[in-house]
Design a protein around this ligand. Structure first.
Ligand SMILES: Cc1cc2nc3c(=O)[nH]c(=O)nc-3n(C[C@H](O)[C@H](O)[C@H](O)COP(=O)(O)O)c2cc1C
Length: 177
């Protein structure tokens, strides 16, 4: 694997911090770029051997234009363009080959396990990754924020770093065997 790419969407910076921590962990094994969905390439570069994507849970799924607008008007998020994010990027991006290893993550408000099980952002992300022709490299991971604007719950950035490190090792080992 030549390079890993982490693409994220974030309203208040929490999923961005998780994406950066995951990239730190991946970097122990493989050079890694991290980029916001709004600035992500229209085609996944051919030297990318692992794609990691994620963002916040909004209304039990991935953000949509209306939920991004709510983040701005109701919670003071600073989002330049509410019409496009991770969902729209995944629906439009081209992958040069089938079977690219990929994994999803999301952020969600810490709460009762029964409630958090209802949140589907990472599941929706995995469906879009499947349509793109990628191969699930590891089950999606979820990271908790204390409230809508954050902050991340203590220890979550370290956990994201560890998850990134383990993910890169797993993909590296699979590719070598
Ligand atoms: C419009 C809106 C809807 C949300 N819906 C949910 C939800 O269904 N479940 C949940 O756990 N958190 C929900 N949240 C909280 C977000 O998950 C939280 O703001 C996000 O994880 C913070 O990450 P970010 O700073 O990267 O945006 C919602 C937030 C907003 C603004």
């Amino acid at each position: 694997m030549t390079r890993a790419l982490v693409v994220y969407e974030s309203m208040f910076g929490n999923a961005r911090a998780v994406a950066q921590a995951i990239a730190d962990g991946l970097s122990a094994t493989v050079p890694t770029d991290v980029v916001a969905a709004a600035e992500a390439p229209a085609e996944i570069p051919a030297d990318v051997g692992l794609l990691v994507v994620g963002g916040p849970n909004h209304a039990f799924s991935m953000p949509r234009p209306a939920t991004r607008q709510s983040a701005v008007t109701q919670h003071g998020a600073d989002v330049a363009d509410t019409s496009r994010g991770l969902r729209e990027w995944l629906a439009a991006v081209h992958a040069p080959t089938r079977g690219l290893p990929a994994a999803a993550f999301d952020t969600r408000v810490a709460g009762h396990p029964a409630l958090t099980r209802m949140d589907h952002a990472a599941r929706a992300t995995e469906k879009l990754l499947g349509k793109l022709g990628t191969r699930v490299a590891a089950p999606a991971e979820h990271f908790a924020v204390a409230d809508t604007r954050g902050p991340l719950v203590a220890g979550e950035q370290d956990r994201a770093r560890r998850w990134g490190r383990e993910l890169a090792e797993r993909v590296h080992t699979t590719a070598a065997s």
